[in-house]
Design a protein around this ligand. Structure first.
Ligand code: G4F
Length: 330
């Protein structure tokens, strides 16, 4: 029988790539979608429209992390072997404006899911998408799975709570539960309010004469950026091991927002100096620092290495925004 996977947050960037990865490996994939999600135009649109996939190997269920009855029902009906928990309010800047709902979904939503899984007669393996934001301003760089959490945003705090709960349920209740400590990971499917997509989209739109300039926050901010397709492979690998452990997924290399600007604008033949300006509206009350990961454990135990470089990623993202490319779907 085909293995069954259940994904929360299936309509997001990672959820859509993970779905493709799992379908490609013969899984029956079930996704949890919120009633507000529009599927036709979502990142799953191509699979949803394919009658050989949707309703056969891919199934979607309406449920919500803040509506435990619905989620429990889906878990019981589907009886998954693996659960990938990717859902949650994922914008760090926004979490300063909506801290309560961020914590409700990300922190309490994860705890509720753990409680439900613990009650199942045959608990599935659980992957929880943690974040480098949990480290905040760490004293050591690069970070690894032993680095203490010191979050500096409501989002990072909610994720740290959730990740610690995953560890507790693994140790105290014997669940096969794993945290992926995921550093920034991007793709042409990245949400439009994240900085890489915002920049790549603007570079393409300016190139086509449909926009004049681009307003950004702190362009000196540094991040460890990788490609989402590499990271979903890591998620799957981390559930295929005999012993459940946390894994850190990162490129190990820091780039600035300014580097993204330069690669994106150059890839469409533009000089960024004529188009980019700073706007204090996009500055955050607090920024993490020093966030660069050491993925040695993932490399050694999972055989995981990132395959797509920063330059290739940003160039691909920018080209995918050009009108002709967008029509064919990224
Ligand atoms: O693209 P960002 O919004 O990503 P951020 O805050 O690092 O969070 C992402 O990565 C985390 C993993 O480390 C995830 F947990 C999280 O869910 C999300 O996927 O911002 C990146 C950097 C920040 O320093 C931000 O201040 O870019 C800076 N920035 C500068 N100007 C901007 C802008 N960010 C945004 N979104 N928009 C700007 O105009």
């Amino acid at each position: 029988m085909a293995p069954k996977a259940l994904i929360t947050g299936i309509t997001g960037q990672d959820g859509s790539y993970l779905t493709e990865w799992l379908l490609g490996r013969g899984y029956e994939v079930h996704g949890v979608v919120r009633r507000t999600s529009s599927l036709e135009r979502s990142r799953l649109g191509h699979l949803y429209a394919d009658p050989s996939v949707y309703g056969r190997t891919l199934h979607l269920h309406y449920a919500d992390l803040d509506d435990p009855t619905t989620l429990r029902r889906v878990l019981v009906r589907v009886g998954p072997d693996e659960v990938y928990h990717l859902a949650g309010q994922s914008h760090v800047g926004l979490s300063f404006d909506i801290p309560e709902s961020t914590c409700e979904m990300t922190a309490m939503g994860t705890l509720r899911l753990l409680e439900m899984i613990r009650d199942l007669p045959k608990p599935p393996r659980l992957f929880h998408a943690g974040s480098s934001e949990m480290f905040g301003r760490p004293a050591v760089a690069p970070q690894d799975e032993h680095t203490p959490f010191q979050p500096v945003s409501p989002y990072g705090t909610a994720k740290a709570f959730a990740a610690q709960m995953v560890r507790i349920y693994r140790e105290a209740h014997g669940l096969y539960a794993v945290n992926g400590i995921l550093y920034n990971h991007e793709s042409p499917r990245r949400g439009e309010n994240f900085v890489t997509r915002k920049i790549c989209r603007a570079a393409a739109t300016i190139r086509e004469g449909r926009q004049r300039d681009l307003a950004l926050g702190d362009t000196s901010a540094l991040r460890d950026w990788g490609d989402a397709r590499d990271y979903v492979r890591g998620m799957w690998l981390s559930l295929q091991q005999e012993i459940p452990r946390d894994y850190l997924f990162a490129s190990g290399v820091l780039h600035s927002v300014q580097d993204v600007v330069e690669v994106a604008f150059a890839s469409v033949g533009l000089d960024w100096r004529h188009h980019v300006r700073q706007d204090p509206r996009f500055l955050r009350p607090a920024e993490p620092s020093n966030l660069v990961g050491n993925p040695a454990r993932a490399r050694e135990l999972l055989g995981w290495t990132p395959e797509i470089s920063f330059e290739r990623l940003i160039t691909e993202m920018t080209r995918a925004e050009l009108t002709g490319a967008r029509v064919s779907g990224a």
